[in-house]
Design a protein around this ligand. Structure first.
Ligand SMILES: NC(=O)c1ccc[n+]([C@@H]2O[C@H](COP(=O)([O-])OP(=O)(O)OC[C@H]3O[C@@H](n4cnc5c(N)ncnc54)[C@H](O)[C@@H]3O)[C@@H](O)[C@H]2O)c1
Length: 313
C-alpha cells in the first residue's frame, strides 16, 4: 500500500510511520508537513520507502498531486495546543477545518482511496460518570476541540453524501517520546529538570485517560486496516489520572520533593474537568487494546527526555 501521511513529522506521525514501516510493511509513505514548531524531522525514520514533502494541507494543487499517487491517506496535520487556540484560533480554523476540507475535496475528485481521519476525545466535551463512547454527542468546549469537531462533521458528511471511504479515530491524551514540550507531560519534565515547578491549572484535579503513543499508533493502523468506512473508533487509554497524579509521578521519578514540584495557577477558561473513554468498540471490532502500562511508559518518556536535552532545552 502507498500511504500519504499529513502532519507526519508531528508526535503521532513519527511513531505511526515507524510502525507502518516495521509492522505493516507499506510500500511507500509520503509525508506532507509544513514544519510547525511541534514537528520533529529528526525523528522521521530513514528509509527509501519514506519521502518527505514540505508543504501545507491548505495547498490544494500540492495535495491533489500527492493524493493522486497514494492508495490511503492518514490525516494528522493539525494545530494541536488547546492553550494556543484560546489565545488565537485563526490558524486552528484554517488548518484543522479548511485543511481537512481541502483534503476531502481532493479525495472526492480522485475517488477510490481510504481516509483515516485522526481526531480527539475532546470533541465530546466534559465526561460525567459514563465514559465517552462512539455515540456520545459532540459538545466541544474549547476552540481546538471545536475545530476538530467541525472537521469530523465534514468527514462524516463526505462519507454519507459522497460515499467517501473514511474512518475517524478519537484518540485520548497521548504521551511518549518526541512530544513537543508544551503538552502536560513533556512540559512538566522540562520544568522540573530546569529546577522550576510545574504550572498546574486550578486545583489540578482534572482527569484524563492516558495512552502511550506507540499504542495509539497500533490502534490507528488497526483502524486503517479493519475499520468500517463511515464508522468511528475511540482509541483511548485505560488509565485515568488527575494532573496532580501525573505531575507527582514525574516528580517522584526525578526525585523532586513534592513541596517544590507544583505551582498552582488560575484555571484555564473552558477547562474540561474530565475525559474518560471506553475502548469496547475498538477491542471488539479492531482487535486493539493498549499494551503499555502507564508507569512503564512514563519512565521511558522521562528517561528519554533526560537523554535528549536537545529536544526540550
Ligand atoms: N497528541 C495527543 O495527545 C492527541 C490526542 C488526540 C488527538 N490527537 C490528534 O492527532 C493528530 C496529530 O497530533 P500530534 O500530537 O502529532 O500533533 P503535533 O502538533 O505534534 O503534530 C502536528 C503536525 O502537523 C503539522 N502541520 C500543522 N499544520 C500543517 C499544515 N497546514 N500542513 C501540513 N502539516 C501541518 C505540524 O508541522 C506537525 O508536524 C492531530 O490531528 C491531533 O488533533 C492528538
Amino acid at each position: 500500500m502507498r500511504v500519504l501521511v499529513t502532519g507526519g513529522l508531528g508526535f503521532v506521525g513519527v511513531h505511526l510511520i515507524d510502525q507502518l514501516l516495521r509492522v505493516r510493511h507499506v510500500t511507500s509513505i509520503t509525508v506532507l508537513d509544513n514544519c510547525r514548531h511541534t514537528a520533529a524531522p529528526q525523528a522521521l525514520p530513514t528509509s527509501q520507502r519514506v519521502r518527505f514533502v514540505q508543504g501545507s494541507v491548505l495547498d490544494a494543487e500540492l495535495v491533489t498531486h500527492l493524493v493522486a499517487d497514494c492508495e490511503a491517506v492518514v490525516h494528522l496535520a493539525a494545530e494541536t495546543f488547546v492553550d494556543a487556540s484560546i489565545v488565537d484560533d485563526e490558524l486552528f480554523v484554517e488548518t484543522n477545518i479548511t485543511g481537512t476540507a481541502v483534503l476531502l475535496r481532493t479525495l472526492r475528485t480522485l475517488g477510490a482511496r481510504r481516509l483515516l481521519h485522526v481526531s480527539t476525545d475532546e470533541v465530546f466535551g466534559e465526561a460525567t460518570n459514563e465514559p465517552f463512547t462512539e455515540s456520545t454527542p459532540y459538545r466541544p468546549r474549547n476552540p481546538y476541540a471545536a475545530t476538530k469537531a467541525a472537521a469530523d462533521h465534514l468527514v462524516r458528511a463526505y462519507t454519507v453524501t459522497h460515499g467517501l471511504d473514511a474512518v475517524i479515530c478519537h484518540c485520548s491524551n497521548l504521551y511518549g517520546r518526541w512530544q513537543y514540550p508544551e503538552k502536560l507531560i513533556p512540559v512538566t519534565v522540562t520544568r522540573l529538570l530546569r529546577g522550576e515547578p510545574a504550572r498546574v491549572y486550578g486545583t489540578g484535579r482534572q482527569s484524563r485517560t492516558w495512552l502511550h503513543v506507540t499504542d495509539a499508533a497500533a490502534g490507528l493502523i488497526a483502524a486503517l486496516d479493519h475499520g468500517v468506512g463511515g464508522e468511528s473508533y475511540l482509541i483511548g487509554g485505560d488509565r485515568e489520572l488527575t494532573t496532580l497524579d501525573v505531575v507527582g509521578r514525574i516528580a517522584d521519578q526525578l526525585e523532586v520533593p513534592a513541596s517544590e514540584a507544583v505551582s498552582f495557577v488560575d484555571d484555564r477558561p473552558g477547562h474540561d474537568y474530565r475525559y474518560t473513554t471506553s475502548n469496547d468498540k475498538a477491542r471488539r471490532e479492531l482487535g486493539w487494546l493498549p499494551a503499555t502500562d502507564f508507569e512503564t511508559g512514563l519512565k521511558d518518556t522521562v528517561d528519554w527526555m533526560i537523554d535528549h536535552p536537545g529536544w526540550w532545552k
